[in-house]
Ligand binder design. Structure first.
Ligand code: GAL
Length: 431
């Protein structure tokens, strides 16, 4: 299996980055042309990577509420496309380094927020948003803990996403007498059965290598179990443990069953393959649910779901949050935005479209669909483990090393080499 498109793409990367940074940023920072004609006298710039189906609509739903509350503020929707922030994070870093921060930006709760931005002194504490509104008790304690540093809270978590979900095309499964695989051996068996019938079993869109890391985190959890998986991030589980090797071998075996054009596809294009019946299933976070719905699919009708194989009883969590960069040009509007993102009203407008569940514990359950209700229940009862792909388990430096190793593994399928790389990467980051 080769990743030629990625290698080719690498050559273009500096050019693309230059174009994005050079052309996009100066336009975004200024008061936008035409904004005054709308009657606006103030502005608010929100930076995110939410451009795909479901996520874009969720963001728009929060903007709609903001506009009604603050009609004189012009919202600049500063998005940089690319799942998991694969392009946005670099643009953000350039802006922050250049003293040109947006008013608020999307950042994953946990290591991504704290290690990248808070420890570096780039963020303002926003504990007051929670305290002034009496909302501290409305968020899970563990979540507050991972967005806090030295006694202060540094972001507003707008949701909880689940990473370890298998999504499948119900028609294909029914026509072939299949049920969702419960463990990784069953997954390989189901994949083999489908492949023999000429159906591509597993959709993957890893034009951003994060999607392969995303698949790997499910396979690691499905092989090592929650304690073994958690131990990877604390040093309690060694990266040359035989079970890690087994997980990596299973991952490379799975690659035999994915669409051949995976390296040219984005995550949402891969989900579209499942909708179109070009592939039978995919493993993706539940933003895929937002995408399915936005494309007119109904949970449990056109698509079904199950915990990714072998991960029943565990919930790989991640949370999208918004923070307040020091020097935000429109600080007052940013605080209004953060207050909306922390409110029940804001979360209950955003999450039903996004596929995620509210991070607040008092969300209105009746607004959520069957899948989301099942995620709410699992979040209450399952063992919660952090996602590495989406910023919760490890710092961005460590994740970047893992991504590099996975790019190579997807191309050369050399498990021993990958294990060596992963051991060395962990050595740098586990104290
Ligand atoms: C994740 C993010 C989700 C969704 C996804 C695909 O990192 O947490 O909200 O946007 O990327 O872009």
């Amino acid at each position: 299996m080769s990743r030629f498109p990625t290698k080719r793409g690498l050559g273009l990367l500096p050019l693309i980055c230059f174009a994005v940074v050079f052309f996009a940023i100066p336009c975004r920072a200024a008061f936008p042309a035409g904004a005054k004609e709308t009657g606006a006298s103030r502005k608010l710039e929100i930076f995110s990577w939410w451009t795909a189906g479901g996520e874009a609509e969720g963001l728009a739903a929060m903007f709609d509420i903001y506009r009604v509350k603050y009609p004189t503020v012009f919202i600049i929707n500063a998005t940089v496309a690319g799942g998991a922030g694969s392009n946005a994070k670099a643009v953000l870093a350039t802006r922050m380094r250049g003293g040109n921060p947006p008013d608020s930006f999307q950042v994953h709760a946990g290591h991504e927020l704290i290690d990248t931005w808070v420890v570096a002194g780039k963020m303002e504490p926003i504990t007051f948003v929670f305290k002034d509104n009496g909302w501290l008790a409305d968020f899970p304690k563990d979540l507050i803990e991972i967005i806090s540093y030295k006694g202060e809270i540094y972001s507003v978590p707008v949701n909880i996403h689940r990473s370890n979900v298998l999504w499948y095309n119900k028609k294909i499964f029914a026509a072939n007498g299949l049920t969702p695989p419960r463990n990784l051996d069953e997954l390989l068996w189901v994949a083999d059965t489908l492949a023999r019938k000429g159906i591509t079993p597993l959709a993957l869109g890893d034009s951003g290598i994060w999607a392969s890391v995303h698949l790997l985190e499910s396979v690691l959890l499905g092989t090592l179990g929650p304690n073994g998986y958690k131990g990877l991030w604390t040093g309690a589980t060694k990266w040359d443990d035989p079970e890690v090797r087994t997980a990596l071998t299973r991952f490379t075996t799975l690659l035999r069953y994915v669409n051949t054009d995976h390296a040219a596809l984005s995550w949402d294009a891969a989900v579209q393959y499942v909708i179109d019946g070009k592939c039978a299933m995919t493993i993706m976070g539940d933003w895929a649910e937002g995408y399915f719905k936005q494309k007119g699919c109904t949970p449990n009708k056109e698509f079904g779901w199950a915990p990714s194989p072998g991960t029943q009883g565990s919930f790989i969590m991640l949370s999208d949050s918004f923070g307040l960069p020091r020097g935000a040009p429109d600080r007052e509007e940013a605080v209004q935005w953060l207050t909306l993102a922390a409110s029940r009203e804001g979360q209950d407008a955003f999450n039903p479209k996004k596929g995620s569940i509210p991070s607040r514990t008092d969300g209105d359950r009746s607004l959520y669909d069957e899948y989301q209700k099942s995620a709410m229940d699992s979040f209450k009862t399952d063992t919660i483990v952090p996602s590495v792909t989406h910023g919760a388990a490890a710092s961005e430096g460590w994740l970047a090393l893992i991504q590099g190793i996975m790019s190579t593994l997807v191309a050369d399928l050399n498990v021993d080499k990958a294990v060596d790389g992963l051991v060395q990467a962990a050595r740098k980051y586990v104290k």
